[in-house]
Design a protein around this ligand. Structure first.
Ligand code: FRU
Length: 616
């Protein structure tokens, strides 16, 4: 069979006009059919991967992946016309033994083989058995989760089961810009070391797979089996509908529910997030009606049949952008037995410093309706940096913990950040609780999850000091990864200001300041390193630290390309990307006004953790 095929191929090649054929690895045939249409044939697939060259500045072409005449996939991809920025693998293992055809429609005629060398993507297609995911990026974080390659945005479907934390995410396997939404998957035994898993959910005929969530169906309410993992997500086709898939192998592979969609709302709606409401013996699902700036609350006995119970949000909080990625959960109040309901709503644009941000509302939920404690004009943000979005929680976390992870980027520039092999990382995991501030209101605490302590490597401690306007510099211990945790306490009265500066040998610096007069904590990244890729990147983020004590605790996590600041145990959180060309090596403290008393400063190096590697 094989010999016959290759003889036939040779015969076809010798008959074809020269303009139709290109030099490629054996096993690939290029059919140059029309100015905007090329077909690629891979008869009787044997290899594991087809490596496709991508050039990000090129317009997006469309590939229909056809195996034995059946349409299997539809891919949007910036095929290289000149030099490839990188290659992406089309996983052929699903098509072994089949005859594969890629029907490629380009948007103009510049790629045709008739134009000779310009059609480099077709000439460079390569069959391979491996795809090398060794890190090639200087700015890849050393201890934050990133995809091994390709684009990532929102965390999706996070759940915990049998000692493993599952993190799915909005993923483009065919380039490092947003496209082809699919659920990528990583798992972790400890919330800090992540292993890349095979793609979990691919687009269907109903659309690409946008954000959603997943639960462990402990009582088999849906009938897919006890402890089946049930995911509900947006299928983004001509309209956005909500569809379901289930897994009976612990979240590795999913089967689409045959009667999808399970919710079809008549307005643009997405990002379903759901949980078991034990008090009312029902499932509760929140969905955003994105353009109406409100959420829809649905209930269901079985995850398949959903009833719209109420809506919330009209006129509440920030209405400046579309509402996305909701999460409704009951959260403990620190130092009491009380619990309150928190509704997280991510919005874009309209964040406090432009672009994307996560707002939240505190209130009550009676099984049908969410009632907000604060009047409509009150807006609260979970994190006052620019790079904390699409934040949602894990289901089934041990001890009913409310553990969340954010996408550490901002739609204003997420597609432009200076990495190529992959784009975007997640924040560290954070555990949520509420605290009652002196104004009698409840606010959210976002504290690094306890597991994060295990990241600590060697400790260097600097004694307590009174910091004057001349300042005091501390040499950070050498860390090959540029990863540190810094922690200290300081007393900053209302006539004092404390600057906290991280800098490197090139004079790049991130400047933080706590102003005791208005309790304002700020972070300026305008000289932090590479900032030129977007006009929206450079600048200052700031917020008032809630409370009225003059003593503040600071905890900073610095990685290759990010900083997460937690003030007073997470009463204020601020997450920002940074792209220093060399790791920051110096911490400088400086005061304005009378000297500032700073308690001992602890600096831990953070050793490299497992970055997800490999296409398994
Ligand atoms: C938020 C979001 C979601 C959507 C997804 C698409 O960042 O826009 O609303 O489901 O990204 O990737």
């Amino acid at each position: 069979m094989k010999i016959f095929d290759s003889l036939l191929t040779t015969a076809l090649i010798s008959l074809a006009p020269a303009s139709m054929m290109a030099e490629n690895s054996p096993g690939i045939e290029i059919l140059n059919l029309a100015p905007n249409n090329i077909m690629v044939k891979i008869p009787d697939v044997e290899s594991n991967f087809l490596l496709i060259p991508v050039e990000e500045s090129q317009p997006v072409s469309h590939i229909r992946v056809v195996a034995d005449n059946n349409l299997e996939d539809y891919i949007n991809i910036a095929l290289a016309a000149g030099k490839a920025d990188y290659y992406v693998p089309l996983d052929l293992r699903r098509f072994k033994g089949k005859d594969l055809l890629l029907d490629v429609r380009t948007t103009n005629d510049r790629y045709t083989l008739r134009d000779g060398d310009e059609a480099t993507w077709a000439n460079k297609l390569t069959l391979a058995d491996d795809f090398d995911t060794t890190n090639t990026e200087y700015w890849r974080p050393s201890y934050h989760h990133t995809p091994a390659y390709g684009w990532m945005n929102d965390p999706n479907g996070m759940f915990y089961q049998d000692g493993l934390w599952h993190l799915y995410y909005q993923y483009n396997p065919y380039g490092s810009k947003w496209e082809n939404m699919t659920w990528g998957h990583s798992t972790s035994p400890d919330l800090i070391n992540w292993d890349a898993q095979p793609i979990a959910i691919r687009p269907t005929a109903l659309g690409t797979i946008f954000s959603g969530s997943a639960v462990v169906d402990k009582d088999n309410t849906a009938g897919f089996g006890k402890d089946a993992i049930v995911a509900i997500f947006t299928t983004a086709g001509a309209s956005q509908t909500q569809s379901m898939a289930y897994s009976t192998d612990g979240g590795k592979t999913f089967t689409q529910y045959a009667a999808n969609p399970v919710i079809a709302y008549e307005r643009e709606s997405r990002d379903p997030n759901f949980f078991w409401d034990a008090r009312h013996n029902q499932w509760v699902l929140t969905l955003v009606s994105a353009l109406d700036h409100e959420i829809l609350i649905y209930t269901s006995p079985n995850l398949k049949d959903w009833t719209l119970a109420s809506k919330f949000g009209h006129g509440f909080g920030s209405q400046a952008g579309v509402w996305e990625c909701p999460d409704l959960m009951e959260v403990p109040v620190e130092g009491s037995d009380e619990k309150k309901w928190v509704l997280i709503i991510n919005i874009n644009p309209g964040g406090p410093f432009g672009g994307s941000a996560a707002q939240y509302f505190v209130g009550d939920f009676d099984g049908k309706t969410f009632t907000c404690d604060t009047p409509p004009e009150v807006t609260r943000w979970m994190d006052y940096g620019k790079d904390h979005y699409a934040t949602v929680s894990f289901s089934n976390a041990p001890d009913d913990r409310k553990t969340v992870i954010a996408w550490m980027s901002n739609w204003q520039y997420a597609n432009e950040v200076p990495t190529k092999q992959y784009r975007s990382a997640n924040s560290l995991p954070r555990d949520l609780s509420l605290f009652k501030a002196p104004d009698g209101q409840y606010y959210l605490t976002s504290a690094p999850s306890p597991e994060v302590d295990a990241l600590r490597g060697s400790l260097k401690k600097f004694g307590s000091a009174t910091i004057s306007s001349k300042g005091k510099s501390f040499q950070l211990p050498s860390s090959e990864t540029g990863g540190y945790e810094i922690q200290f306490e300081a007393t900053v009265a209302d006539n004092q200001k404390l600057s906290i500066v991280l800098s490197n040998a090139d004079g790049e610096e991130v400047v933080m300041k706590l102003d005791g007069a208005d309790r304002r904590f700020s972070m300026d990244r305008s000289k932090s390193g590479e900032v030129s890729f977007s006009d929206n990147f450079s600048g200052v983020t700031f917020a008032e630290v809630p409370g009225n004590s003059t003593s503040f605790s600071f905890r900073f996590f610095i990685d290759r390309s990010s900083i997460e600041a937690f003030i007073d145990g997470g009463h204020l959180a601020m997450t920002n990307l940074l792209f220093p060309r060399k790791p920051y090596t110096t911490l400088t403290l400086r005061s304005e006004g009378p000297g500032v008393k700073v308690q001992p400063v602890s600096v831990w190096t953070i050793s490299p953790k497992r970055v997800p590697q490999g296409v398994k």
